[in-house]
Structure formats: structure tokens, C-alpha cells
Design a protein around this ligand. Structure first.
Ligand code: 5GP
Ligand code: MN
Length: 320
């Protein structure tokens, strides 16, 4: 598909990404937003997302995001769902449902495609990489390139995860040739942490527990801890990856409390455990090596429920 063709006949175009948007989601949505505004200056183009983390304010156009999910457009001629299936569009789900034509661009293995037009490829590093695919290179500019670059960097762990392909690196080569300060972009949006984020990371690491013969590690943060630091989910990015870096660990679990007996769970794997399978079983989704879900129960209930499945997979793989 080509974005230009798919959106050519529309007067109103909407874009939405998943709840608690990460770097790939924000990068992909904002790259597409900028591209559409540039290619179709006379069309009405709206982008809807929950408030992105402050570090993404360096992406051009974030001030135009409709974080209140309000619009006077009755139904969009074309609505894009990026980096997610329709169920996690949050406040934008209604716009997707009412749209004349829906387009889904995603790289989650758990998403079979939910649009009238789908560009879903689980082999792609990121949705941002897929968004690049469907744009015309001659229409790109430095700000669009930067947004796509940020998306790719965040979903590949700064180009070090196994989802980084030769194609990903070719695209990155083209993007950085636009001349933005890519080193600063990685440093400021990916590696840099606030003091509070570092404290929470420290606590999570300090209180982590290794189990299943050291093949699993788990840590969690209670709501009262997050409240004490005035922290929210945006402050917890990267903790689960840190846990997964532990030598000997095959699967890392990080969870934070979202309500009474309710946890948002992040899962990471070194490759032998399919955490997407695990997350889907518990009503979530994601990728083989990175997935998530929301689970009910106490911290220990959640660990017990997950461990059963992890143990089964590790045994089947002959690792336990
Ligand atoms: P994270 O652990 O960083 O929140 O998410 C890891 C991956 O799993 C991301 O690609 C994210 O979109 C996906 N993911 C996380 N939580 C959920 C969920 O509750 N449902 C679905 N479908 N995907 C999730
Ligand atoms: Mn993604």
C-alpha cells in the first residue's frame, strides 16, 4: 500500500495509536501526521494519543495531538490505527469504529489486522519502519525522518534487539542522512532518565527476585510507591529490559499496580520463551520477546499464574 493512494480521496483523516504510547507509537503517529499535513495541505488531519512522555516533545507537531480525544468531525473518511489493534486505541476507538475506511499499520504478532486495509508485518522492527515503507521518499524531510528514527530506536533498544534487520539498518541509514543530530536524539529520548526514574529503577532492581533456577526474574512496584514519587507509567519504561539483562535469565517480569488487586505486567524474553503467547493467554499481546497484559490478583497470584506457563515453555525447550 501507499499512504498517498489510500488517503487521496479523503477530506478528513484521523490517526490513533495505543494507550500509554511508547516511542514507536508516538514516532509512527507523528511521522504519519507530518507526512499527511505535508502531502495534503488542504485536508483535515487529526492525531489522537494519550499525552506522550516529555522526552518526545522534541518531535515536530506533538503540540497538535488531541490528548482530550475531542473532535467536531462526525466521522473520519479515513482513520489510521498505528502500532496496535483497535482494542487498545483508547479514546480513539470510537473514531476508528465510525470511520468510512480504516487502515491498520502494525508489527505485533498478536494482531491479525483490524482495518479495511492492513499493513501488518510481525517481522518488522517497529511500526515506524512500516510507516517509512508506505511513504514516498521524496516527500520525507528532516522532521519526519527524525520521528521515524525515534520510533525505530525505541522499539529496537537502540538497534540492539534481534528485531533489527538489515532492512532496518538500511532505513536508519537513509533517515540519518537527513542530518538531524541522531546521537543527541538517542541520548535524550532513550538513555536519559530523570532522577525519579532512576530511583524507581533502583528500587525495582533491588527488590527483584530470581526464581526457577535463576531462569526468571520478577519485580513489582506498588501503587503507594508510585504515588510517593509522584510517578506514572511513563516513568517505568526500561525497567523490565534491565531485569532481562540479568545473566542466566530467560524471562523477566515487571509489574506495577494499577488498582486494587490489578497489575500492568511487562514481559521480556531472551528468545526461548514466547512471551507474546503468554500475554495473549492473559488477554494482552505483543511480540515473542516483548509483550504485556493486565492481570488481576495479588503480586504473588500474578507471579504464580505466569510462572506456570513460563515453566511449561522452558521445559518444552529443554532448558529446565
Ligand atoms: P511494554 O511491556 O513495553 O508495555 O509492552 C511490550 C509490548 O507488548 C509492546 O509492543 C506493547 O504494545 C505490547 N503490550 C503491552 N501491554 C499490552 C496489552 O495489554 N495488550 C496488548 N495487546 N499488547 C500489549
Ligand atoms: Mn511498536
Amino acid at each position: 500500500m501507499r499512504i498517498k493512494d489510500e488517503a487521496a480521496h479523503a477530506n478528513t483523516i484521523g490517526i490513533g495509536g495505543h494507550i500509554r504510547p511508547d516511542g514507536d507509537c508516538v514516532g509512527a503517529c507523528m511521522a504519519l501526521y507530518q507526512y499527511l499535513v505535508k502531502v495534503f495541505p488542504n485536508k483535515r488531519i487529526d492525531v489522537f494519543l494519550e499525552q506522550p512522555a516529555d522526552v518526545f516533545s522534541c518531535i515536530c507537531g506533538v503540540e497538535h495531538i488531541r490528548t482530550d480525544f475531542c473532535t467536531d468531525v462526525e466521522s473520519y473518511d479515513v482513520f489510521f490505527a498505528l502500532d496496535t489493534a483497535k482494542e487498545r486505541l483508547g479514546g480513539a476507538e470510537k473514531f476508528f469504529a465510525d470511520a468510512e475506511k480504516t487502515i491498520n499499520i502494525d508489527h505485533h504478532v498478536s494482531n491479525p489486522g483490524c482495518g479495511d486495509v492492513n499493513y501488518v508485518d510481525a517481522q518488522a522492527s517497529s511500526t515506524s519502519e512500516l510507516v517509512f515503507d508506505v511513504m514516498d521518499m521524496e516527500e520525507l524531510d528532516v522532521e519526519i525522518a527524525k520521528a521515524i528514527y525515534i520510533g525505530i530506536i525505541h522499539d529496537t533498544g537502540a538497534l540492539r534487539y534481534s528485531n533489527t534487520s538489515p532492512k532496518t539498518l538500511e532505513i536508519v541509514g537513509k533517515l540519518i542522512s537527513f542530518g538531524f543530530d541522531f546521537s543527541e536524539v538517542i541520548e535524550k529520548t532513550f538513555y536519559q532518565k530523570t532522577y525519579v526514574q532512576n530511583l524507581l529503577l533502583g528500587r525495582a532492581l533491588l527488590e527483584s527476585i530470581q526464581f526457577m533456577d535463576g531462569k526468571c526474574v520478577v519485580s513489582g512496584l506498588a501503587k503507594k510507591t508510585l504515588d510517593f514519587y509522584h510517578a506514572d507509567s511513563k516513568d517505568l519504561d526500561g525497567i523490565v529490559s534491565h531485569l532481562n539483562q540479568t545473566a542466566g535469565v530467560e524471562c523477566a517480569i515487571f509489574m506495577y499496580q494499577t488498582g486494587v488487586q490489578e497489575y500492568k505486567v511487562s514481559l521480556r524474553s531472551k528468545g526461548n520463551v514466547d512471551v507474546a503467547k503468554l500475554a495473549v493467554f492473559f488477554g494482552g499481546g505483543g511480540h515473542v520477546r516483548a509483550a504485556g497484559c493486565t492481570m488481576k490478583g495479588t503480586f504473588h497470584d500474578v507471579v504464580n499464574n505466569l510462572s506456570l506457563h513460563i515453566e511449561r515453555q522452558l521445559k518444552a525447550a529443554g532448558i529446565l
